[in-house]
Ligand binder design. Structure first.
Ligand code: PLP
Length: 396
């Protein structure tokens, strides 16, 4: 037996594991200090009432012989796929329920979707972005190239004359920068993909945070995207499902490579490898798409976005440059005094007892930046911003 040698090409540390280890060590040596975490992108608000009551109702159904359910459809329950179809229709995107696949979240989907593609393909990844795309591509033995995001291109790079790739991971709103692709910029990627026989894997995990009406929340808002893109979405950040687990992939019927419908291939794969998501979870997910669920979750998203605003304003006040689109749960901030990401991380931890995420953990182009999360508690967020006022005292 031989091991998958691609494992040894991974970086030693997974970013969030390293952050937690550093925080734990600090806590051990400074037990009296109150640490505030603006680091990890996990949600903190409870599930909304609509979801809880739908899940409770389905638990009762499971307790009676007449309404008990066993295995469901591999592709996901029809009621949930209809709810998602309606959700897209509100944005004038027509989908059939056979184009929607329910799963247990975007993390698994962005990885497993690689099974469709030959390992000789070249994958393009925006730098910086969600680090899993790189690890997944390394494990799958793919060649990786990067599209560098920076202040000049507003952290939304588009293809240029040197771009040569077959698989394109795009994340909009982007984790960690919060930048959102415009229709015009996405059209450039769609045109590139159509012209070069490439596929776009569009991670829309944060689409619900987009409130600017003129910005796209789905790749399928772009003409031609159904012929070159797969959309990966999740209820983790939209509805606090990080611990419940539910997401979905949209694979259009028109997506065809080498005369094969990708939708059919994925369906074939799912019927072998997946026995469906739990019925209780799918009923909870269905409630997310009801009017009541949408209203209740909007309030929670507004709460997180208000945290973002508070963090952003406090950093700007002390002269720290930020990339804050107001359409994401994150603030991406430039480290002051030319510090690198880990140095500023250590400074904030050791001087102010605040945890953030170092930008370098999201790619080399994230060096010199940090990511701050709006997913925390309001009072703790305000307390953190009071501590930020001391940054200039320490650094000048
Ligand atoms: N995609 C992005 C851009 C993320 O930031 C995350 C989690 O933080 C995920 C996917 C994973 O989401 P899920 O909880 O649905 O697996």
């Amino acid at each position: 037996m031989k091991l998958n040698k691609n494992f040894f090409n991974l970086h030693d540390d997974y970013l969030f594991y390293k952050i937690i280890s550093k925080a734990k060590e600090f806590e051990k040596t400074n037990p009296k200090l109150k640490i505030i975490s603006l680091g990890i992108g996990d949600t903190t608000m409870p599930l909304c009432r609509a979801v809880i009551s739908a899940m409770k109702k389905s638990v009762t159904e499971m307790s009676k012989k007449e309404t008990y359910r066993g295995y469901g459809l591999e592709q996901g329950c029809k009621f949930l796929r209809f709810a998602i179809k309606k959700y897209y229709k509100k944005r004038e995107i027509d989908l059939s329920i056979s184009e929607i696949f329910i799963n247990d979240g975007a993390g698994r989907a962005i990885s497993e979707i690689q099974e469709l593609f030959d390992s000789n393909n070249t994958t393009l990844i925006v730098n910086p972005t969600y680090p899993a795309y790189v690890d997944i591509s390394i494990l799958a033995g793919k060649k990786i190239i990067f599209a560098n995001a920076n202040q000049k291109n507003l952290f939304s790079p588009t293809p240029n004359k040197n771009t040569k790739c077959d698989i394109i991971y795009l994340c909009s709103p982007n984790n960690p920068t919060g930048s959102v692709y415009t229709h015009e910029a996405l059209k450039k990627w769609v045109n590139y993909a159509l012209k070069n026989n490439a596929v776009i894997l569009f991670d829309a995990a944060y689409e619900a945070f987009v409130s600017s009406k003129n910005l796209p929340r789905s790749i399928f808002e772009i003409d031609g995207a159904k012929k070159c893109a797969i959309e990966i979405c999740s209820l983790s950040k939209t509805a606090g499902f990080t611990g419940v687990r539910c997401g979905y992939i949209v694979i259009p019927d028109k997506l065809i490579f080498e005369n094969h419908k990708i939708n059919k291939l994925w369906m074939r794969r799912q019927t072998t490898k997946y026995n469906g998501l739990s019925y209780i979870t799918q009923r909870g997910a269905e409630a997310v798409f009801t009017n009541e669920g949408q209203k209740q979750n909007k309030k929670i998203i507004e709460y997180y976005k208000e945290n973002v605003k508070i963090i952003n304003e406090s950093l700007k006040k002390i002269g720290i440059w930020t990339c804050c689109s107001n359409n994401s749960p994150y603030v991406f901030a430039k480290c002051p005094n030319n510090m690198n990401s880990w140095k500023f991380f250590d400074f904030l931890l050791y001087k102010l007892s605040i945890i953030v995420s170092p930008g370098i953990g999201f790619g080399s182009a994230g060096e010199g930046f940090i990511r701050l999360s709006g997913f925390g508690d309001r009072n703790k967020t305000i307390e953190a911003t009071k501590r930020f006022e001391k940054i200039r005292e320490f650094l000048g």
